[in-house]
Design a binder for this molecule. Sequence first.
Ligand code: PGA
Length: 238
Amino acid sequence: MKKYIIANWKMNCSKEFVENYANSITKNINHDINFIIAPSHPYLELARSLFNQNIGIAGQDCSEFENGAYTGQISAKNLLDFNCQYCIIGHSESRKFLKYSDSQITGKLSILAKYDITPIYCIGENLKTREDGRYIEFLESQLKSIPSEFLNKQILIAYEPIWAIGSGVIPSSEQIQEVADFIKEFSDKNNFANAGICYGGSVSTVNYQEILDIQNISGLLIGGMALKVGDVNSIIEG
Ligand code: PGA
């Protein structure tokens, strides 16, 4: 099965950044890799026009509402207009700064299902929850936000421990394996038949292969590394 490499550019885009990236990204992507970029929303159209069609585009968030008086938000329909096939939902940075509730997360996932956009649904515990040993319970509560629409639609679940994001600290392969196995078990038990499992948090050119080799891991969500097109090329090139 193809592995996903999802480059989350967060709020680091500019017109120049998108243009330089498009000029420098390899034309020879490995056939076993599904490469996806997540630009900030104002650059979706530019990115879609500059990047090859074999590169997927993801939104970084979307409203749980169809349309209406929701100043500052972007709808699933907007994403579709820009040919986004994917959308990140529940990233720990948006959970933290935008304070999303579980029911909002469920609403966002539902509306993506309606528009046939594949969510990249982020879950992950903070350091305290990890150290207290309550992380599986916590992750399960986040997984319970996934609505029943995903019984027959694709969803990518990204395990992103908050303590690993941007910190340079990475869980051991055994720790990632334990959570990947748990997500798989949860998906099987709840009949989410098309759920893929990704890992994110301090992925680098040094550790990416070991993580991709972990059983049940079908991709990586990369942040810091995603900003260095040379590093990205070194992992996606055929
Ligand atoms: P990082 O970010 O790779 O810089 O740790 C990952 C993410 O936030 O998705």
